[in-house]
Design a protein around this ligand. Sequence first.
Ligand code: ADP
Ligand code: ASP
Ligand code: MG
Length: 418
Amino acid sequence: MALVVQKYGGTSVGTIERIHRVADRIERAVKDGNRVVVVLSAMSGETDRLLKLAHEMTALPDERELDMLLSTGERVTIALLAMALRGRGLDARSFTGRQVGIMTDNAHTKARITRVTADRIREALERGVTPVVAGFQGINQQSDVTTLGRGGSDLTAVALAGALRADRCVIFTDVDGVYTTDPNIVPAARRLEKISYEEMLEMASLGAKVLQSRSVEFAAKFNVPLEVNSSFKEGKGTLVTREDTDMEAVAVSGVTGDRNQAKVTIVGVPDKPGIAAALLGTVAKANIVVDMIIQNVSHASLTDFSFTIPRVDVKRAVPIIEAASKDIGAKSVSVTDAIAKVSLVGVGMRSHSGVAAKMFEILAREGVNIMMISTSEIKISCVIDEKYLELAMRALHTAFELDRGSSGDRSGVSSTVR
Ligand code: ADP
Ligand code: ASP
Ligand code: MG
């Protein structure tokens, strides 16, 4: 009897009718002899609605209270689905993150899972009960509710699959797999039969929201067999697996776009040791993740220092950065969120050279100015003016001949905007 974790995203449980369809699918899986653990998101749009309410209430909502509020969305769907399943004669029970022992650190709104006990799930399964678990939420050491960052239900599902040593973790969503490009933006996108954990992790961190990046990180670390599939139709999805040699055959397998960053520039920074540490140290202490960093050549012992941070953290970050800049004697701080990051991803970049040069050439030909560059073994990212993002993505997509190839092969590029 296989143990399967099935996660359904917001669109899949967005209406009563859709919750019924999800219940049908679960009923079939159980009747086929599987033991199923269900993980759900809130109804589509609900988490955004709650966030908006909080920001209407106050400019800078307290993060503990924000988590208390955001965690309610998933309570609604788990209870409704459990009712639907019970209505079909299945013994199903809903559980919150606390009830199934999703223990996290204290980083409200982006908490990291520290431990998963899953005792109540094991008990339920032993009694033939189908557990329906609220995604996206856990509790910290004080038993306060925490949330796992946007898209965090994917992480709940993968973490539970890891803890329960499930045979499979399937992420059911509104597309039938990981595509060569966001199929909602580029209809010519092609579904990938499989993708390596490593590439998927880069793509997810660089804009492909089909899987939350931390869920991929977790799956890779604990070898959780992960699959993305459609909750609306039957058929093949995408397997996220260990890398195999044919994956290196193409240099680039994905293009992503990310609009979720903002650029901070500190002007007139004294060019001496310890400055970067002082500035970035205070930002890190506030739990704000710095992505790209650039320091200009200094003139007359003064330099400019730029870095990117998540847009959602700008309001919180500005006073902290302004205070730190004042302390080190910098002249001024400016922040813009009219930037975007365009990236190429592919494990084949390890064995193919010239990808970066070609990328820069193409952006130059399109008249797109590059503000920042960062590379790793399997990706290249450029920060550009936000208004050129889709142009840049399309140009790169064509220039790397990535819209060619038959469905399911790996010679494509994936372009995604978030
Ligand atoms: P859920 O609510 O089920 O968690 P999400 O909205 O978080 O779903 O993720 C699914 C969406 O991810 C798709 O509707 C699609 O627009 C987007 N997406 C972005 N990049 C890709 C990609 N490379 N392949 C498939 N979907 C992608
Ligand atoms: N409801 C949460 C969100 O919208 C978590 C999730 O859907 O995965 O981010
Ligand atoms: Mg999601």
